[in-house]
Design a protein around this ligand. Structure first.
Ligand code: NAP
Ligand code: MG
Length: 401
């Protein structure tokens, strides 16, 4: 069988610990035998990030801007313990944070649906994708613990000398104050990424805030979304047969519980943090969740939603058997290959991505799965496979297709 040809390289960002082990197995067993793989390889493993003073992360982000599609392995975000473990020169920043800042993107997370792993919300027939704005609000706040009676004011001093001043509260005793912000630029990027992703995946887009209460702040989000929709996306949505609508966040929560799924739910930063944990827990686990960063000008970086699965890696280093779930990492590869196929008009590459996903899901549906899934499946007669055997079984299924 001839291998499938590619035109443009994928930006490949290798990572750390157990996911780095899975990364190699996935490439060797599921990608390289079938595809004449073209990638531009960046080693984002912590050791090499440290050697290059984190230059490699910036370079990989630049390469992603150049080529348009990247696939990323989970990486360690260093903390104090990692400083010693890896003998680091500095506590390097989170690679995801660096890449997100460079691409100015929005993160979309979608549960991977498979028979035998059922969401607790029975009517969710299709996955719900959470689009979380990843800048500002309470994540970049300034807070004061008010010690005594006094007046709290909100003051803006313009570069041009103008001043805007409002009273927050006349305190008669102790209390608290919080100042938060966002920028029109960031909200615009968020809106465009959401509209583009909805078109791309042909799903309705919901956006919700609390604009009835927050008549300036949240209302600004609502207005920017509406303005961009009307001026740039209305026709495209109508042609694609999909819908955009805005509603109040409490109404959205009520509706989501009754919906069949198959929609994109855009949320402000805090709402997205909370709601994505709700949706993912209701659907099983982080190991069955894809994540893609989409920039406002249509650049895509695919990854798994989970981390480097450190505890399993230490077992692996001890020579013990591991049963680590590789599904989300496999889906990061299929997402990136499919997108590359779409952009380069390579139907064979897109078909391959579909087949690999089917082979993966059919493996689980046939009762063969990793330990984490065996603990929550509704299937009987389950065979628990180790990390490597799971991937090898997926390969057998893929070959028989
Ligand atoms: P984690 O790697 O997601 O793992 C947390 C726990 O969830 C694991 O110990 C495991 O539970 C379970 N789990 C997660 N993924 C699994 C999989 N594929 N298969 C089976 N079980 C899975 O999170 P963490 O332990 O908090 O973080 C570890 C490292 O990952 C940290 O250095 C962090 O900085 C990094 N991280 C990276 C990213 C990213 O690059 N996107 C995201 C998050 C965290 P059991 O041990 O009970 O089996
Ligand atoms: Mg959270």
């Amino acid at each position: 069988m001839d291998k499938i040809k590619m035109l443009t390289p994928l930006v490949e960002m290798d990572g750390d610990e157990m996911t780095r082990i899975l990364w190699k197995m996935i490439k060797d067993e599921l990608i390289l035998p079938f595809i004449d793989l073209k990638t531009e390889y960046y080693d984002l493993g912590l050791k090499y990030r440290n050697e290059t003073d984190d230059r490699v992360t910036l370079d990989s982000a630049e390469a992603t801007k150049k080529y348009g599609v990247a696939v990323k392995c989970a990486t360690i975000t260093p903390n104090a313990a990692r400083m010693d473990e890896y003998n680091l020169k500095e506590m390097w920043k989170s690679p995801n944070g660096t890449i997100r800042a460079a691409l100015d993107g929005t993160v979309f997370r979608t549960p991977i649906k498979v028979k035998g792993i059922e969401p607790c919300v029975k009517n969710w027939e299709k996955p719900i994708t959470l689009a979380r704005h990843a800048y500002g609000d309470v994540y970049k706040n300034t807070e004061i613990k008010v010690p005594c009676a006094g007046k709290a004011e909100l003051v803006f001093t313009g570069e041009d000398g103008q001043e805007i001043r409002k009273t927050i509260h006349e305190f008669t005793g102790s209390g608290i104050i919080q100042g938060i912000h966002n920028t029109d630029k960031s909200i615009r990027s968020f809106a465009k990424s959401c509209f583009n992703y909805a078109l791309d995946t042909k799903q309705d887009l919901w956006f919700a805030t609390k604009d009835t209460i927050s008549k300036v702040y949240d209302h600004n989000f609502k207005d920017i979304f509406q303005e961009i929709y009307d001026s740039e996306f209305k026709d495209k949505f109508e042609n694609a047969g999909i819908e955009y609508f805005y509603t109040l966040i409490d109404d959205a929560v009520a509706r989501i519980m009754k919906s069949k799924g198959g929609i994109i739910w855009a949320c402000k930063n805090y709402d997205g943090d909370v709601m994505s944990d709700m949706v993912s827990s209701a659907c099983g686990s982080l190991a069955m969740m894809t994540s893609v960063l989409v920039s406002p000008d249509g650049i895509y970086e695919y990854e798994a939603a989970h981390g480097t699965v450190q505890r399993h890696y230490y077992k692996y280093l001890e020579g013990e058997e591991t049963s680590t779930n590789s599904v989300a990492t496999i889906f990061a590869w299929t997402g990136a290959l499919r997108k590359r196929g779409e952009l380069d008009k390579l139907p064979e590459l897109m078909e391959f991505a579909d087949k690999l996903e089917r082979a993966t899901l059919e493996t689980i549906e046939s009762g063969k799965m990793t330990k984490d899934l065996s603990l929550m499946t509704t299937l009987d007669d389950v065979v628990i496979l180790n990390s490597e055997d799971f991937i090898k079984t997926v390969r057998q299924n893929l070959e028989s297709m």
